[in-house]
Design a protein around this ligand. Structure first.
Ligand SMILES: Cc1cc2nc3c(=O)[nH]c(=O)nc-3n(C[C@H](O)[C@H](O)[C@H](O)COP(=O)(O)OP(=O)(O)OC[C@H]3O[C@@H](n4cnc5c(N)ncnc54)[C@H](O)[C@@H]3O)c2cc1C
Ligand code: HEM
Length: 391
């Protein structure tokens, strides 16, 4: 998690990193090569010092599947990126209600974070680094605690949802549709965390694949990843009638209805699901705006939702859909998404929407900026995907 993962380079030149950010990044650079050991140490300390917290976490914990410690490092690294970070942390704080997290748990996590950094960042740790980290952790925690407290007044910590349809689109992708026990308000482009009965206390994020429907049903496109706990259960095991849990809606890749510009939407793999929701949102809004969709896949067979996009394209004169296939392409644009986006630019009159794995978001961000869209007009959930991927 070095400088490469930093979107701040898009800030104006005179906007230098704060002194705390400089110190924090020094610690992070030292931690990076030993992050697996630091993560293991962090959880060992957390559970040894606070055994009452152990039951809140999944039964099996390993560094590859760690989220909390990774998120602390990512959040601290982006401490200067106030708007993005605040948005992400508010969602995270609300989402922590489903784990049973209370405000008095935060000092325990903070203490173990400091002890882990002290142990594994020996050459950069000292009073100055400690003070910078304490300030960052305090700010991060307070945003999460406040967001959770506010959310308590108006929403449950989670929803039950019954699977009403389960449709396999390819050997590894399923469309899962659920009905919630209580109304579930969300916006097109957002996502929710899901817990399945087969992996208790293991929550993973999935994007809504449609804008809010009049029948209240919610759909997700799930791709089973190799050795994936939740994705494989949802694709290969889940059936109609199974009951899962949903966390609150989160994410900021929603349509800016104050803008009259066109929308350039780039979705890789199941990242196309929230893009479909955005297209429906624009259609429902009734204002005619040009929407250009790039749907990226590794192979033709991974274009699992192309037919329904082409059907939308036939009905909606302002919509254009371009498949982009990385290997053995027989349809669409052969190559990678960022190249395709550049090829069809410039895009200065558009707002950008990006959804997919972090590498794809990072490279597409570069492509969009170099094709004329200022960074502040590009929406994505980079921090969330970065933490989830553990990279
Ligand atoms: C904001 C957001 C929205 C998301 N929306 C969707 C969505 O709509 N549909 C969807 O299918 N997924 C989506 N994801 C990814 C999803 O949350 C899970 O990360 C994914 O399903 C893997 O979870 P798992 O429990 O099956 O795998 P884990 O048990 O967490 O991981 C198993 C192994 O697979 C690796 N791995 C994790 N993800 C991938 C991947 N994508 N490809 C290859 N290897 C991987 C891990 O590093 C690990 O080694 C989204 C993620 C985020 C952050
Ligand atoms: C500033 C502090 C914290 C940050 C940045 C943070 C971040 C995260 C993130 C990103 C996840 C991954 C899943 C998700 O997105 O919800 C997570 C999971 C979790 N967090 Fe936190 N967290 C913090 C504090 C806490 C505290 C104080 C507790 C209470 C003990 C807690 C308990 C959990 C649990 C139980 C999980 C689920 C287990 C898992 O997915 O590994 N977190 N945290």
């Amino acid at each position: 998690m070095g400088a490469e993962s930093d979107l701040n380079r898009y800030r104006p030149r005179n906007d230098r990193p704060s002194p705390d950010a400089v110190v924090i990044r020094r610690t992070l650079a030292e931690i990076e090569p030993v992050s697996d050991q630091a993560t293991a140490y962090f959880y060992a300390l957390l559970f040894l010092h606070n055994p009452q917290l152990r039951d809140m976490f999944p039964a099996a914990m390993d560094a590859q599947r760690d989220r909390l410690f990774g998120a602390l490092l990512v959040a601290a690294e982006h401490i200067d990126d106030t708007v993005t970070l605040t948005d992400y942390l508010c969602n995270l704080g609300r989402g922590h209600r489903k784990y049973g997290t209370r405000s008095d748990h935060y000092p325990a996590v903070g203490e173990c974070l400091m002890l882990s950094l002290e142990r594994y960042a020996t050459s950069t740790w000292g009073p100055e680094a400690e003070a910078a980290w304490v300030r960052a952790y305090t700010a991060i925690s307070q945003i999460m605690i406040d967001a959770a407290a506010e959310d308590e007044l108006r929403a449950p910590p989670w929803w039950f949802a019954e699977i009403v349809s389960h449709e396999r689109r390819t050997s590894e992708v399923a469309v899962v549709t659920v009905r919630t026990d209580q109304p579930y308000p969300y916006r097109a482009g957002q996502y929710a965390s899901i817990e399945t009965p087969w992996w208790p206390r293991v929550w993973r994020y999935y994007s809504f694949a449609s804008s809010p429907r009049s029948d209240g049903l919610l759909s997700f496109h799930v791709k089973a990843v190799p050795a994936g706990w939740v994705s494989r259960a949802l694709v290969h095991r889940a059936r109609r009638g199974d009951v899962i849990k949903l966390g609150p809606p989160a994410g900021s890749m929603t349509v800016d209805h104050n803008s009259s510009r066109g929308l350039l939407c780039v979705g890789g793999s199941t990242g196309i699901a929230p893009i479909k929701a955005l297209v429906q949102d624009v259609a429902q809004h009734g204002v005619r705006r040009q929407v250009e969709v790039f749907f990226g896949a590794n192979r033709d067979s991974d274009l699992y939702d192309l037919d329904s996009f082409l059907e939308l394209e036939r009905r909606l004169p302002w919509l254009s859909v371009r498949p982009v296939v990385a290997q053995y392409a027989t349809r669409g644009f052969p190559g990678q998404l960022p190249e395709a986006v550049r090829e069809f630019g410039p895009w200065g009159d558009f707002d950008g929407y990006l959804s997919g794995p972090p590498q794809m978001i990072r490279k597409s961000m570069d492509a969009l900026v170099s094709s004329g869209i200022p960074a502040e007009r590009i929406r994505h959930d980079f921090l969330g995907t970065l933490v989830a991927s553990g990279k």
